[in-house]
Design a protein around this ligand. Structure first.
Ligand code: ASP
Length: 325
């Protein structure tokens, strides 16, 4: 952790700073200034500078390009303002995706980054906003190790194991229980926070009984460079459908990287158990192990965005960079 320095804040939007309008809750500009005042009034002198992204958004509108804007704001707080940690305020709907994106984009960043938000706007009766905000700042003030964490409802969840799980209670996030392996990557990944990658836009396709292979074919034909294929159980798929296999072969021939993950919330892909998953492997599909959808999407997009050839992307998808597989 960096000695000295303050805790920088990046405000991106989300319910925590929303106000009710005619169409429902919507972001209201000036959140950073309001928070600065409130924190000052509470005697909090270790926080700042604040960066408010414009416009503030409902996180349903966040995509990979938005992760890069957040990442750039974090890097500038660390490198130009010498912050020893950064808090990111974000909507809950896609916070786990942004956290996963930041975990890979900001690889090597020497300070901790914590994301939080709220299920109810800060300041309204019964809001969880203040508890999440002050808890996340306390966490950062304690000097946790570098890395990306979601703090919510009193829990710290590593970015690569985080999913939004609930919509009706304030404990909205869970630490996913997929089998994963810890340990650093055996080689130095060919990207880092020093030169932010522009992630490629990739797709997620969940398999289901009656899956229509033209969905995959259409993605490949449109030039989408990568696809997370959410398979059954430990990585099975309808391989008896020759049109499905043909779509996978087409993907391979066009260098579209297809990564298999498990649809089971506590599952992981383990190719080699069933003949069906063996067939996926021979069709060029790479195993995503225990990666969540959020992580597989972010990692694949960033690998492809880093300009790695399809074969190298497949290899890196199989390497545990942050204990995500
Ligand atoms: N729709 C909101 C958002 O993700 C939900 C929230 O923040 O809780 O921005």
């Amino acid at each position: 952790m960096k000695a000295g320095g303050k805790i920088g804040v990046v405000v991106t939007g989300g319910t925590i700073g929303m106000q009710a309008g005619d169409a429902g809750l919507a972001p209201a500009a000036g959140l950073a200034a309001r928070l600065r005042e409130t924190l000052c009034a509470h005697g909090r002198r270790d926080v700042g500078p604040f960066v408010e992204l414009a416009p503030l958004i409902d996180s349903a509108n966040a995509g990979p390009e938005f992760w890069v804007r957040v990442a750039a704001a974090v890097v500038s707080l660390v490198e130009e303002s010498d912050c020893r940690g950064v808090l990111v305020l974000h909507g809950t709907d896609t916070m786990a995706y942004t956290a996963a994106g930041l975990a890979f984009l900001l690889l090597g960043l020497p300070v901790p980054v914590v994301l939080t938000g709220a299920m109810h706007p800060i300041g309204v009766a019964g809001s969880d906003g203040w508890d999440n905000l002050s808890g996340a700042l306390d966490l950062l003030a304690g000097g946790p190790p570098a890395g990306i964490t979601v703090y919510f409802a009193g829990r710290q969840i590593p970015a690569v194991h985080c999913s939004k799980w609930r919509t009706r209670t304030t404990d909205a996030f869970t630490r996913t229980l997929r089998p994963t392996s810890d340990g650093p990557a055996p080689a130095q990944p060919p990207w880092s926070y020093r030169k932010l990658v522009a992630p490629a836009r990739v797709a997620v396709l969940p398999l289901h009984p009656g899956f229509e292979p033209t969905a995959l074919e259409a993605l490949v034909a449109a030039g989408v460079p990568g696809c997370v294929l959410e398979c059954y159980g430990s990585g099975t798929a309808p391989v008896a459908d020759l049109r499905f296999i043909a779509a996978l072969e087409l993907a391979r021939s066009r260098n579209t990287v297809v990564v298999a993950t498990s649809q089971c919330p506590e599952g992981a892909v383990a190719f080699g158990h069933y003949a069906t998953d063996h067939r996926l492997k021979t069709a060029g599909v790479v195993s995503g192990g225990g990666m969540t959808r959020e992580v597989a999407l972010a990692k694949l997009g960033i690998l492809l965005g880093a300009g790695l050839p399809a074969a190298a992307c497949r290899d890196w998808m199989g390497v545990s960079v942050l204990g995500e597989i």
